[in-house]
Design a protein around this ligand. Sequence first.
Ligand SMILES: Nc1ncnc2c1ncn2[C@@H]1O[C@H](COP(=O)(O)OP(=O)(O)OP(=O)(O)O)[C@@H](O)[C@H]1O
Ligand SMILES: [Mg+2]
Length: 367
Amino acid sequence: MYIYNSGMYLKSLYANNFRNFRMLELELQPGKNLILGDNGVGKTNLLEIVYFLSTFGSFRTGENVDLLKFGEPFFIISGVYGDTKVKVRYSDKKEIFINGLKEVRLRDSFGTIPVVALTSNDLEIVDGSPSCRRRFINMGISLYNRTYIDTLSWYNRALRQRNSLLNHAKMGKVIKGIEIWEEQLSHYALPIIKARVDYIDKLIKHTVPVFNTLAGQKLELSYKKGGNYRNLKEQLKKMRNKEIERGYTLYGPHRDEIIFKIDGHGAKVSASFGIKKALTVSLRIAQARILNEVRKEEPIIILDEIIGELDRDRIDLLSGLLDEYEQVLIATTREDVQGSGDFNVYRIEDKDGTPVIRKGLKEIHSI
Ligand SMILES: Nc1ncnc2c1ncn2[C@@H]1O[C@H](COP(=O)(O)OP(=O)(O)OP(=O)(O)O)[C@@H](O)[C@H]1O
Ligand SMILES: [Mg+2]
């Protein structure tokens, strides 16, 4: 069912001054890789490097300066995926190099190394505000549709402009030209919702069976639109006075919502912690399957803990589901996860404040 492009995995990783790694050089294997180590040794930091090479951002901080090794002025990270080398250098700004050539626009190389990450933060997709669910959808689409990133940023620019005018009007100032922004919002909303409708169809197709395997329950996923997309321009015009009272735009894709129901009940309010975890895992696996279906490329799957937070049966089930990927990197403190499948085991240990990585008995990188 899935297309394997053999050789499409992360072959090597390099980092200099990233978090607690002064110098990291690591050869990686295809298949399921388990990164074991005590709390605080640098397991998440290692996965963060992989994620950063794909999205040029972190899954746990919005501030790139947090990634600089304490006291250092720059970091460099790179990875080789198939035949492609992606390198990022950051000092006060980010510079991206693909096969040695500097990229002018960051978003043109977004997702060159396709990565899907499962992290503890994912719980916010179920428990967080609607914006967390929109971010999840936006990220999923952006990994294969770069035009979407542009359209979304143009839409957001128009939204900021209109909101600013609404605010001025709220303060009693005379405003001009709001129709231009309404026209633009309406114009850009169309490709955004088209991509979202398409993505959510795919998401339903892939998430529902995975969730059923992991949780044995029935999941329904629906898309609640944030406006009248047949004629958003008219709607915005009609609601303008009400929106002036509020000072912001009440209708449009920035108000879209995704709803999860499990066995007929709202997941956010009714599902247990473990079942919410199973739901976020299913959503991420679906995201990976969609990437594979659309890009015909194997995303690298990274799991920061997660697996160790599930019960024994679900660890085995998830481990089985992960067999379909060319490369999976799993960080955990739990030694017993090894019993749930065939893993290449790496260990990170702290040696006088520096992380040292071992594969078997062999120390495979030096500082
Ligand atoms: N900018 C930084 N510079 C240097 N060290 C850092 C930086 N940011 C975090 N650290 C260090 O990295 C270590 C934490 O690493 P990380 O979060 O990867 O641990 P972990 O192995 O995932 O632990 P856990 O099992 O608790 O999740 C801490 O010791 C922390 O002090
Ligand atoms: Mg961690």
